[in-house]
Design a protein around this ligand. Sequence first.
Ligand code: ADP
Ligand code: MG
Length: 288
Amino acid sequence: MDNILEVRNLRKDFGDFSLRDISFSLEKGYIMGFIGPNGAGKSTTIKLIMNLIRRDAGEIKIFGLDNWKHELSVKERIGFVYDDSHYYEELTINEMKRIIARFYKQWNDKIFNKYLVEFGLRSDKKIKTLSKGMKMKFSIAVAISHNADLIIMDEPTSGLDPVFRNEILDILRDLLQDENKGVLFSTHITTDLDKVADYITFIHNGELIITGSKESIMENYGVVKGGRELLDRDVRKEFLGIRETGFGFEALTGNVDKVRKLFGRSVIIERPSLEEIMLYTVRGSSNA
Ligand code: ADP
Ligand code: MG
């Protein structure tokens, strides 16, 4: 297996919040959606991967190399999009680009200029005059203009309108035409991922809830609907979040086969969206 990113038992303790035993891996050629509600620990995980903060325990390998020991050579091959603008607002796009380009051996002006045109960005515009969406596009143009093999984006679509969001998703899909590249893309807007993600990693309260291919998640998870009389104590543990109504219940399961065996035809099982998986799980844990 050609993992371009491997995270093993990652831990970070902030006192009132801790990230615990996060493990997942991304093979080259794929897009991984990294999801979880606000405050789940997505940005913390990404900062640990980028070595912007120090991990307390665990392992992070990028292109098979430890991300501390090989920080420089690894970062050279990562295109990173932050969740907020970190540019000098007074500079123009072109001036800012010249500063950034120096950090990358494989910087390619031709590709960068091509994206500027495609994104409708003028190089003589000052950063401070750009809208949030424009800044995001500038960030993305930077991230994909130095032949990076791993693109990491922290909530690139949040706060953007649907048209911009779709454009960004198209760019990601185009990038993956090159099967040596991979993308890790965090978002709390799960509908973005229904279209583009091959793999999903879902964290909540600093803990790993699900990681796997979107296909296998969709096969194993289901929203179960049935009559309330079916819900005795024994079966409750099969569910990850139960919503009870006057007559019946709706609940999420991570094991559709087992639920089918238990209940047969007395329940309806529907394919969940990522949104439903997230909502049921989050609700389930807050009731616990
Ligand atoms: P997400 O990106 O999923 O919204 P974050 O990783 O930004 O979540 O934050 C997870 C939790 O960690 C939050 O409760 C946040 O307040 C806390 N946190 C993040 N950075 C720090 C820090 N440097 N010091 C203390 N707490 C932090
Ligand atoms: Mg965040």
